[in-house]
Design a protein around this ligand. Sequence first.
Ligand SMILES: Nc1ncnc2c1ncn2[C@@H]1O[C@H](COP(=O)(O)OP(=O)(O)OP(=O)(O)O)[C@@H](O)[C@H]1O
Ligand SMILES: Cc1ncsc1CCO
Length: 273
Amino acid sequence: MSLNNIEEISFCIHQDAPKIHCLTNPVTMQDVANLLLAAGGSAVMGQDEQEVEEITSFCHGTLLNTGVPDIAKIQACILAGQKANVLGHPVVLDPVGAGASTFRRKELQKLLQAVHPTAVRCNQEEAVVLCSLLSDTDSPEKHGGVESSLQMAERDVCLIAGQAASLLNCTVLITGKEDVVSDGKQTQILTGGDSRIRRITGGGCMLSALCTLFLCTDTSAFDAVRAAGALWRETALEAGRRTDAEKSGIGSFHVHLFDVLEEKLMYTSKHKF
Ligand SMILES: Nc1ncnc2c1ncn2[C@@H]1O[C@H](COP(=O)(O)OP(=O)(O)OP(=O)(O)O)[C@@H](O)[C@H]1O
Ligand SMILES: Cc1ncsc1CCO
């Protein structure tokens, strides 16, 4: 069976309640755990190398978010990612701030030599850095830390997404003003959303978790990642509408994201099946 739409994906998630092993960063850890619960899955956080393989084994998907990296964290990501690869579990890489330091670039290169991600979710700058690491070309000189310093033309984002997908042999979702999803053979642009999502930290980290959850259903990697990207943009759009209706601010927008996501997934799974 191949699941093609959000109703079917949502139904599967609520039936199976996939557990996601999240090796993530302390800045957005709680949001990532709450997002997975709101969506119908759950998170298990654990990143000591003595336990990661065991935790990966009983989970259904693995999220490797390399924000706030250190040597031990990267080693744990390698062990968890390799275990997930052996078990055939989906692995999502979120290479937060990939170009922020020489250390991050070196450690990411090591991780990518050891682990094959099913999907990568990143911003434009992180995608350009990944491509430079994989093809031994120069990285961009200007860096925005964990935010993207680049605002590329849509056509260039499509090219980078296709290049990264081919180099990594996986599905790549590059987020920004528009999102681009590619598996190297097919590429799609996602629009809509609400730019206020850039004023909370973790909008990308939460989306990477949602991609991992959707990849735990019986659908192709391209369709799962595209569905997660599209749903997250629709969620932001509706969260923005509710924030405006209440004349509220960014804190309310943040909370509405969880309410809207839960409603969108609950509604579709309850009413369609
Ligand atoms: N200008 C924009 N307008 C609308 N939506 C946007 C805009 N920029 C980013 N987004 C959306 O915000 C979400 C996060 O993407 P972003 O590129 O900000 O990730 P990120 O930099 O990795 O975030 P973080 O590091 O805070 O987790 C995506 O769903 C993306 O579609
Ligand atoms: C701000 C920040 N620094 C490392 S991770 C993170 C959260 C957004 O990815």
